[in-house]
Write a protein that binds this ligand. Structure first.
Ligand SMILES: [Zn+2]
Length: 442
């Protein structure tokens, strides 16, 4: 049975406007039960069934929500398992993650989604929302069985167990008419289509951002247009059917320019970017560590600044870690051959605090909003994303000290471009539904 927990003396997050206040937080039966200045005086702390957590000088935040990660289970458990993936997420302060469908096999049938979700409930240490594929086998040619069945189940009116997010992440979706059909169905059913925007013919076998660095290293470049033309196309199509799509892991200034332009004409969308696109630019790539090989690529400093400005203006409202584990053997095959992807959970908070809050792009409370109640609202999660009585007991306790990232992760893989980097801000404890699932001191 779960102990009840009292978190004492921390700076508790209220919201972006009110920031933090010193409060004690009591969690009972998995839910936040009380928020008070003086819980100590009423004998709660003497109750042996209540575990006491000292958060003096620390920040007590709602559990983080990641709209986009890869847990590799089923089929690629040599890279990550549901257990190691969720332990890694918990070590990064996350209590809810959306897992992409590019497992092996791809999650494109309702039956596979059900069995994967049920496995996740028993093995995961935090909540996982499993996404379904939009198209069969990510072919881009035919809508998947899970997408069609889920749309039908939801429109039949009864409350059914279906994915809430659909994505062909890992593959660009380059069939405009089929996308229009998907957007119409997603609108009716209230599903979020999470769009990985990539035109393969424009990628043209590139491996890093197409710019000075790709020329210098003599590596084939990935043009910004391979992303931005898809963003423009899919936003225009979505607008025709009055749908608001979600653009994930945006990387380029061109894409932001498209969104700024179309937002002025009232086109509706939501968007995220990743901690690594905000922390690194292609200047950091020297062609040796393939942990910098990610998709979309880490782009120029101009692209990075455009993403930061888009965050400051609220155009990008949340983050995708795009946690993408690969084994050392797979990654250690040179820049041309190595698979795209980097692990990201455990460095996400420090990378975001260091690249957005310290240089003054946004305030700390604004960053916390983007990690918590903003994605909660996008995903329609009830009683989640705030520390309020009646809300789920999901908490992340952090400090803002500097630390150097070591090659020691809870993830099964260690393909992180952050190894050796100094970050400010680190997770100390993570509580999921009232249970401590990560404790740095243990
Ligand atoms: Zn992707």
């Amino acid at each position: 049975m779960k102990n009840d927990i009292i978190i004492k003396g921390g700076n508790v997050f209220i919201d972006a406007q009110h920031g933090f206040v010193k409060k004690d937080v009591l969690i009972k039966n998995g839910y936040i039960s009380n928020l008070s200045d003086c819980l100590e005086g009423n004998n709660i702390s003497e109750d042996k069934n209540i575990e006491s957590v000292d958060a003096t000088d620390k920040f007590v935040l709602p559990g983080f929500i990641d709209i986009h990660c890869h847990l590799r289970d089923p089929g690629q458990t040599h890279k990550e398992t549901t257990l190691t993936g969720t332990k890694s997420a918990a070590a990064g302060g996350f209590t809810y993650v959306v897992a992409m469908a590019n497992t092996s096999p791809i999650i494109d049938t309702y039956e596979l989604w059900k069995s994967t979700s049920s496995h996740q409930k028993t093995e995961g240490v935090i909540k996982i929302s499993q996404a379904g594929a939009i198209t069969e086998k990510f072919s881009g040619e035919i809508l998947s069985e899970i997408f069609l069945k889920s749309s039908k189940l939801v429109s039949s009116g009864d409350k059914h167990d279906t994915p809430i997010v659909f994505s062909d992440d890992g593959c660009g979706f380059n069939n405009p008419q089929l996308f229009k059909e998907a957007a119409s169905l997603a609108k009716k059913a209230g599903f979020l289509l999470l769009l990985h925007e990539e035109n393969l013919s424009l990628v043209n076998k590139g491996v890093i951002h197409d710019g000075e660095k790709s020329k210098k290293l003599n590596l084939p470049g990935i043009s910004s247009s391979s992303e931005s033309v898809c963003v423009a196309r899919d936003l225009i199509i979505s607008h025709e059917v009055d749908y608001s799509p979600h653009f994930t892991h945006l990387s380029s200034k061109q894409s932001i320019d498209v969104l700024i332009g179309l937002a002025q004409s009232n086109y509706k969308f939501s968007a995220d970017t990743t901690p690594h696109h905000l922390f690194f630019s292609d200047k950091d790539i020297d062609g040796t560590s393939t942990n910098f090989k990610v998709n979309p690529p880490i782009r120029s400093i101009h692209d990075q600044n455009a993403l930061k400005e888009a965050i400051r203006q609220g155009l990008i409202e949340c983050f995708a870690t795009d946690h993408a584990p690969h084994s050392a053997k797979e990654k250690d095959t040179g820049f041309t051959n190595a698979p795209f992807g980097a692990i990201a959970f455990e460095t996400a908070f420090g990378a975001l605090y260091s690249s957005l809050v310290i240089p003054g792009w946004i305030s700390f409370p604004q960053l916390v909003s983007m990690l918590t109640h903003k994605p909660a609202s996008l995903l329609h999660l009830e009683n989640s994303g705030y520390i309020k009585p009646g809300f789920v007991g999901d908490i992340s306790i952090v400090d803002l000290h500097k630390w150097t990232v070591k090659d020691a992760f809870a993830s099964k893989s260690n393909n992180s471009p952050f190894i050796g980097k100094t970050l400010s801000g680190r997770v100390l404890k993570t509580i999921s539904e009232g249970a401590i699932v990560y404790d740095r001191e243990n």
